[in-house]
Design a protein around this ligand. Sequence first.
Ligand code: BT5
Length: 256
Amino acid sequence: MLNDIRYEYFESVDSTNDRIKLRAREDENQGLVISAGQQTAGKGRIGRKWESPSHDSIATSLLLRPEEISLEAIPTITVVAAMAVRDALYRIYGLNGKIKWPNDIVLEGKKICGILTEMEMKDGKVWYVVVGIGVNVHNKNFPEDIAFKATSVDLELAKTGGGHGHREELTKEIWNSFKKYYNIFIETQDMTGLREEYENHLANRGNRVRIEAQEDSYEAVAKGINNRGELIVEVDGVERIIRTGEVSVRGIYGYV
Ligand code: BT5
């Protein structure tokens, strides 16, 4: 169970995930959140870079110490976190995002949030887990390589009459929402209690997608997720399970 959440804020850090890791190794308790105004070395998955320019976006990470968790349940925490961000954006701003499995929230085909879950083992067990969330809030422009596929809260609100996001308010709403979903998840260590709601918000459900794995790339229809939070796709009438986060799932017309 995740109960109390404690917030710390820094103007600038390398990566909020890395800050949490340092604290975790110093035996900090579960529930610490570290957020930053800016990251100088924000990380995406598999060595990619995450842009979090000065005071435009949220960079926030949470320390978890799930007891007796199985290793295979760890990637599902990313899936749970995606539900929390979607929920928070909807509650505060009415922004009706879709979840692009496993770790993005998208609005009209553009990425507003990315999630990076990391963990460390000790004595053959999960020692701690870090859930890192980046959300674009005030960003108006993005670097050229991502401009076509990135958006922010303010850019989306501008389409529907204006308004601005608020980073602190949104950060707290995200983690409150995460607490709600995580405590449902942790009872069974899977998506049994969350799957239906998740699938209602899954981008590309029922549509053709391209699965891009390292050795292989093919088209499939996205069907939903299983209780482990893995993506179910169908290829020529046969179901396949997409397990690893190291594949990309793309709509066949562009990024989403
Ligand atoms: C992610 O990776 O989307 C995970 C991002 C996690 C960021 C948070 S911020 C707090 C915590 N501390 C960290 O150091 N990280 C976490 P991935 O699915 O691999 O996507 C990375 C790709 O997204 C990049 O290669 C770019 O194409 C694109 N990208 C980078 N910055 C972006 C941004 N601000 N908005 C939209 N897309 C971006």
